[in-house]
Design a protein around this ligand. Structure first.
Ligand code: ARG
Length: 566
């Protein structure tokens, strides 16, 4: 439920009764227990305007607040804050309702927004690298989250499949054809190096490679056939990674750079018509006030650029796909690029003014010593190897190994290992650089997926030991239950905010508080111990159940699974 909105409404009603009108009322979570559950601090600016004492106004307002529903107590504090305490009975009944609902009371939007989430975007000429890993993980979570909240999400994988390097690559592939090109393409990095080696020293090969570029662009059957084959194999490698990571991207979501080829001249024509283009050194450029370097949309030789393709994609997404929010989950180092193309797209009318364009930027992945993530010999880390290692390491971290047969242990290790890779990436503010640290991500302590999965499994083991049925009836009995239940009810508020800010780490931070508080609750409020009356036990079981369901749902939005024993 949207609990904050509910409290805001109550405060707003009280303000209106006191003949005060505010544009928007927004309570905040109290920072300390002694301040209650929520605080309202909108009185002070108002008092300035009204030239009245803020405490007087606050006192007047609280006399109009009903304290028999959600709110049980209100107090004026400090220079004119209003502190708000929520009612245990009301919270209990809300929580019981949430528990009975499969979506935990989380509503879906009445007016969904059509959102394009552009993520992953590997380049077909190269091995997928750690930067794409981050984009894939963060983007998939964002798409899951928006889908769950009811938006119409269109996932788009903007793969790099066009450019001069493909001439060289397909010329090389052609030669290898008889000796099974696809086997050679297993290691794309090596394939690229070998092709480049030939290109650099053999004039004949280099000439053919250049001819092939022209031929693909001109639609030559044979070359296009080779190119398609190359892309198919390369994309297949990426799909192996998606599969390992349980990422929701399929071939249908691929709108490669080449997809926009036909639109590129139209984009330039349109920009020209709008008077945006200046020719500089033969290249068609767009100068934006305040920017030192212009955006080049067409080179002197007629070739188009990354920016031109992105302008065409923006146009397509807005006009054909009808998107009202377009989110680009791309490395922070491309911030300048997106700032420019967003600006040009809006100014030139390629995209309507009311469309939200956002660069969901993320930082670089670093190793423990703070250097960009590389293999020991300085090469790029292969994602497939990295993910395999995660699974191997996860096996070591599982304490209940003996309770599993080999096959189920493999499955479990997969859930734990991949979960750890995803969670640790998602759990930091995405804009920060991210330090990849095996020990930390597979630790049982701290803000990790393993900690979440353990908490979930612990609840499942309580349920297993209990032989009655677990009901939905929650009755808050003390302070820790009050805090835990209130936190669980806030789930929807957290998800909505995380969706608005495109910020998955708000979800992990929340889940971490839930689990930590649950552990405290579980320590102080035993569930199965003898001598506890049935109503109390029933309520504690229900609180544990709501906790487990919240963890499970939260992790599932992050694309992470849970297990019953770990
Ligand atoms: N292929 C690009 C890269 O590796 C990422 C694509 C991001 N999406 C976009 N529409 N530009 O840097």
């Amino acid at each position: 439920m949207k609990i904050k909105e509910h409290i805001n409404q109550i405060i707003n009603d009280a303000l209106i009764k006191t003949s005060i009108e505010l544009d928007s009322v927004s309570v905040t979570e109290a920072t300390k227990v002694e301040f209650g559950d929520y605080q309202f601090n909108g009185i002070m600016p108002l008092a300035k305007i009204l030239k009245r004492n803020p405490r007087d106004i606050a006192t007047e307002v609280i006399s109009s607040i009903k304290t028999n529903g959600a709110i049980v107590k209100v107090e004026v504090a400090g220079p004119g804050f209003i502190n708000i305490w929520l009612n245990d009975e009301w919270l209990s009944s809300q929580a019981s309702t949430l528990l009975a609902d499969e979506r935990l009371g989380i509503t879906t939007k009445e007016n969904p927004t059509r959102v394009v989430v552009d993520y992953s975007g590997p380049n077909m000429a190269k091995q997928m690298h750690v930067g794409h890993l981050r984009s894939t993980i963060i983007g998939d979570t964002l798409a899951n989250l928006l889908t769950f909240l009811g938006d119409e999400v269109i996932r788009q994988n903007h793969i790099g499949d066009w450019g001069t390097q493909f001439g060289m690559l397909i010329a090389f592939l052609e030669e290898l054809e008889d000796q099974s090109g696809s086997e050679n393409l297993r290691d794309l990095e090596q394939f690229y190096k070998d092709a480049k080696g030939r290109f650099d020293v053999e004039t004949d090969f280099a000439t053919r490679a250049r001819e092939y570029v022209v031929k693909i662009q001109g639609g030559d059957e044979h070359c296009l056939q080779l190119w398609k084959q190359f892309i198919d194999i390369s994309l297949g490698h990426c799909e192996e990674i998606y599969e390992k990571l349980a990422i929701n991207l399929s071939r249908d979501d691929v709108r490669a750079e080449s997809f926009y080829n036909d639109r590129l001249p139209l984009v330039v024509e349109h920009l020209d018509k709008m008077g945006k283009i200046e020719v500089s050194d033969g290249a068609k450029c767009i100068f934006i006030e305040g920017d030192e370097v212009p955006t080049i949309v067409q080179k002197g030789d007629g070739g188009y650029l990354y920016a031109t393709t992105d302008l065409a994609a923006l146009w397509y997404r807005s006009e054909v796909l009808g998107a009202k929010r377009i989110s680009y989950v791309v490395d922070a180092r491309q911030a300048g690029h997106f700032k420019q193309v967003f600006h040009i797209a809006k100014e030139s009318g390629l995209v309507d003014k009311d469309v939200l364009l956002e660069h969901v930027a993320f930082g670089t992945m670093m190793d423990k010593s703070g250097k960009p993530f590389k293999t020991r010999d300085g090469g790029t880390v292969k994602l497939a190897d990295l993910l395999d290692e995660a699974v191997i390491r996860a096996k070591d971290a599982i304490t209940a190994k003996d309770e599993y047969d080999t096959e189920s242990l493999d499955e479990l290790a997969h859930i734990v290992g991949i979960g750890a890779v995803k969670y640790s990436d998602l759990s930091i503010n995405r804009e920060s650089n991210y330090i990849f640290d095996w020990d930390k991500m597979l630790s049982l302590e701290g803000n990790t997926s393993l900690y979440q999965q353990y908490a979930y499994a612990r609840i499942m083991s309580i349920f297993k030991k209990y032989d009655g049925t677990i009901g939905n009836e929650i009755k808050i009995g003390d302070e820790v239950e009050h805090r835990l239940v209130l936190l669980l009810i806030r789930f929807e508020d957290i998800l909505q905010k995380a969706a608005k800010d495109a910020s998955p780490h708000q979800i992990t931070t929340y889940l971490y508080s839930v689990t930590t508080l649950f552990m405290r609750f579980y320590e102080s409020n035993p569930i199965l111990k003898d001598g506890i009356d049935e109503a109390t036990r029933g309520s504690r079981l229900a609180i544990a159940s709501l906790t487990a369901k919240t963890i499970k749902r939260g992790l599932s939005i992050l694309g992470i699974g849970v297990v019953d024993k770990i």
